[in-house]
Design a protein around this ligand. Structure first.
Ligand code: PLP
Length: 396
């Protein structure tokens, strides 16, 4: 039987249909995550093969589950933390503070004090108030100036909230840091999460070079380029295209190997590792002038739970019907999926075509590992999913 509080091992491939048959979900009324930690190991391989010069700092905010953080720490990635608690969590796994970047440009004071106490020295800044704050409370820290360079098309743009103007503000911030005798060591950007305009990386790396030049002119030891996140979670072909653009840009603008290049990937590592299994518990058919228009199903997870990613991350839902091997070729119907709460905002998708389904049927939702788990709430008394963790057995 599978266990919830430890890793379950599989031999060749993770077969979700077989797992579900064995755990008899028909008797359980809560949604369930199946997390394949080997998927994360494979992602790390892909990263190392395609971006060998770039040291990944996993963005903990994306999914702070301890199994994920531990797996990545054991693989040797570093970490992007946004808060005191994220720093603490990562340090508790034995990660060296030098392998953490405090990549929140607007940090509460107690979090800065914690970083100082734990010797997490490197952090991003994008405004003068943060620089004054660091001058007062952590003058020995290493500043990474984050500038704004957004993709024209991204799932979640970040530029309205973070990143200074690269031409005017970045230079002014570095001059201020110099006048306060602070230590600027590099620059960073984030093209937007789920970047869909890959040339943005080239533009940003080119801009970073200008900022490096200015910093060096001021006498700073500029040795850190942080290219942020934005990498796709479930499309490795896109990832290869992005890698190619980044490698060419680095060769062109940052050929010196003395410069350490890091990134802050989040969804790249974890999105595809999770498949969410939900059960239909209620059904309605909507008719228009007596004719069937839509089949509506109510399932045991929704936008207040795992599907918060629809609201916050603009996630596009895909679903497969589980446990029915013989339905290929069956007619499909316009399908609307509702979450379990009594709120009409709790709509998962009205854009799916699925075969006729019934109460008790299971649906599988792939790519549910990014920006889902840490945000889910048990609103209306509907519990967030439990997770079963799997890993491929190592050959003996
Ligand atoms: C500062 C920072 N770094 C990294 C990430 C991770 O981005 P992604 O999941 O697109 O790789 C985010 C996401 O919001 C972020 O805010």
């Amino acid at each position: 039987m599978y266990k919830f509080d430890e890793i379950n091992y599989y031999e060749d491939d993770l077969n979700i249909k077989n797992i579900l048959k064995e755990i008899n979900l028909q008797e359980i009324d809560e949604s369930l995550n199946i997390c394949d930690l080997t998927n994360i190991v494979n992602k790390h391989d892909i990263w190392q093969k395609n971006l060998p010069r770039i040291h990944p700092h996993y963005a903990v905010k994306c999914n702070d589950n301890p199994y994920i953080v531990k797996t990545l720490a054991e693989l040797g990635t570093s970490f992007d933390c946004a808060s005191k608690n994220e720093i603490k969590q990562v340090l508790d796994f034995g990660v060296n503070p030098e392998h953490i970047i405090f990549a929140n440009p607007c940090k509460p004071l107690s979090h800065i004090e914690f970083a100082k106490e734990k010797n997490v020295q490197t952090g991003t800044v994008d405004n003068e108030f943060e620089i004054y704050k660091l001058y007062k409370h952590y003058p020995e820290s290493k500043l990474v100036v984050r500038f704004r360079c957004e993709a024209k098309n991204a799932q979640c743009p970040l530029g309205n909230k973070f990143g200074c103007d690269a031409e005017n503000d970045a230079t002014a911030l570095m001059l201020l840091a110099k006048s306060l005798d602070l230590n600027v060591c590099g620059t960073s950007f984030h093209v937007g999460s789920g970047c869909n305009e890959f040339a943005a990386y080239n533009r940003a790396i080119m801009t970073a070079k200008n900022i490096f030049n200015f910093g060096e002119m001021l006498g700073f030891n500029m040795n850190l380029l942080d290219i942020g996140g934005g990498f796709p979670g479930s499309d490795d072909t896109k990832f290869l295209t992005i890698s190619n653009i980044i490698n060419v840009a680095l060769d062109r603008y940052f050929s010196s190997q003395k410069i350490k290049v890091i990134a802050e990937p989040g969804r790249f590592y974890v999105a595809a590792a999770y498949t969410l299994i939900c059960k239909i518990h209620a059904k309605r058919e909507v008719r228009n002038a007596g004719k069937l228009d839509t089949k509506m199903y109510y399932i045991n997870d929704g936008v207040y739970g795992s599907f918060n990613c629809i609201l916050y991350d603009h996630h596009e839902v895909t679903a497969t019907h589980m446990l029915n091997d013989s339905e290929g070729g069956l007619p499909t119907f316009k399908t609307l999926l509702w979450g379990p709460t009594c709120d009409a905002l709790d709509k998962i998708s009205d854009n799916l075509y699925l075969p006729n389904l019934n109460c008790g049927d299971l649906l599988a939702f792939p790519n549910m590992g990014a920006y889902t788990v840490p945000i889910a709430s048990p609103f209306n008394g509907f519990m967030t999913p439990k997770t079963l963790y799997f890993m491929k057995k190592k050959p003996t």
